[in-house]
Design a protein around this ligand. Structure first.
Ligand code: BGC
Length: 412
């Protein structure tokens, strides 16, 4: 009789387990943000409205996160709330976020706080947004206010969420505010985002130092895709490689070169199958194959489920000799058993990478609750917790309970 080999995946005792949200996607009522203005002007198909009403119901949501054995939680601060008018900061909103952070700490959840997650105050976008000269200066003034208010209770900061995804949708494809389709503006905004991160890094460190607080851990959340060539032609392989370098690694490498990265924040969802169809800049940046021949399972937005991509990405980060933190990994689906398969397979690949020497601080699932999926509206369901958008009732999904067991036992 052949022996059945069961491979156990064990995670360190001090591993962080949690889930993420972003302010605009869950809070509701973010009427001072550029997205809101575009939604009301009919420039976007869906209206975020009350989102998941997390602004009022955060305690309920954190109770559930605690019940699910999470020991950390990633959230973002809505710049438009804090600075509704240029240079005027709302003490009341700063106080709100302080309460949110304390609500997490009270439940034993380590807060991981993002300063910019795709949205901007309306006044900032009117002044030209991220492609304008003063962008980093405004961001830093806001960052200083927030960090001064929260420093005592926060150890992990994420300055910018997914700079490349933001640039791609907002400045290159023109689907997200400010709906630009300009290579020049994409480049300008990219420079400003990088400058904003590097300067914010130094600023945050100095605020902690001046207040005699122990040095915080600061990074960006970098969306990384597994770029694989479709037909393995030389040019597809070349472009897959180039895209990985620019999309996945450029911000990371430049931040490391500027000594402005304490760990590598990774958001991983899927792969991108490269199939070059021409020689223009847009071909280089965007061409993918239609994927019809792919037999991989997909999420409800049609993205390939490709857990081994997480392994190869993590291995490719080893050379930087920095710890990695998975700040987002998740699936939108109507089929909750597929969600559990997705989580399990990604955790197995994570564990394999850790056994191969990659130091990983934690795993954060996207998302804690169903939410407003940007230009795709409320259809895609990423949450560990279901939201009924008529009653705002929260219902924990089965996959969340299974993950809770892993968080508790530290093994899979
Ligand atoms: C973003 C989230 C988004 C998720 C799923 C990430 O790129 O940070 O805001 O909801 O992916 O698309």
């Amino acid at each position: 009789m052949g022996a059945i080999i069961i491979i156990m995946h064990e995670f360190p005792r001090d591993f962080f387990w949690g889930a993420a949200t972003s302010a605009y996607q869950v809070e509701g009522g973010n009427s001072f943000s550029d997205w809101w203005e575009y939604e009301l002007a009919g420039k976007l198909k869906y209206h975020s409205g009350q989102a998941a009403r997390h602004y009022d119901l955060y305690e309920q949501d954190f109770d559930l996160a605690k019940e699910l054995n999470h020991n950390c939680h990633r959230l973002s601060i809505e710049w438009g709330r804090i600075e509704q008018k240029e240079g005027v900061f709302s003490d009341q909103e700063l106080e709100h976020y302080k309460k949110v952070i304390l609500a997490l700490k009270k439940r034993g959840l380590e807060p991981i706080v993002t300063l910019h997650h795709f949205t901007n105050p309306i006044w900032f976008s009117k002044l030209g947004g991220w492609s304008s000269r003063g962008a980093a200066k405004y961001f830093l003034r806001y960052a200083a206010k927030v960090v001064e208010a929260l420093a005592g209770d926060v150890h992990f900061w994420v300055t910018i969420n997914e700079p490349m995804v933001y640039l791609y949708h907002s400045y290159f494809l023109g689907v997200w505010p400010p709906q630009e389709k300009s290579l020049i503006k994409t480049e300008l905004a990219k420079k400003n985002l990088l400058r904003a991160h590097i300067k914010a890094y130094a600023l945050i460190k100095s605020i902690y130092k001046n207040n005699n607080l122990s040095s915080p851990m600061i990074s960006i959340a970098q969306n990384m895709q597994a770029f694989v060539p479709c037909k393995p032609t030389l040019r597809n392989k070349l472009v897959a490689n180039l895209r990985a370098r620019s999309f996945n690694l450029e911000f990371i490498e430049r931040s490391i070169a500027a000594k402005a990265l304490d760990f590598i924040g990774v958001n991983y969802y899927s792969r991108s199958v490269v199939e070059l169809q021409g020689w223009g800049v847009r071909n280089f940046a965007m061409d993918v194959c239609d994927g019809k021949h792919s037999n991989l399972k997909k999420n409800s937005l049609g993205w390939d489920i490709y857990p081994e991509g997480l392994f190869s990405i993590l291995i490719s980060l080893k050379k930087y000799k920095l710890s990695v933190f998975i700040l987002e990994n998740g699936i939108c689906t109507e089929d909750d058993s597929l969600r559990w398969d997705f989580i399990q397979e990604h955790l197995k690949n994570l564990s394999r990478a850790m056994n191969s020497g990659v130091k990983v601080l934690g795993y954060i699932y996207w998302s804690l609750i169903d939410n407003f999926e940007w230009d795709k509206g409320f259809g895609p369901r990423f949450g560990l917790i279901d939201i009924d958008y008529n009653t705002y009732k929260r219902t924990v999904r089965e996959s969340a309970r299974k993950l809770a067991k892993v968080c508790w036992e530290g093994k899979l």
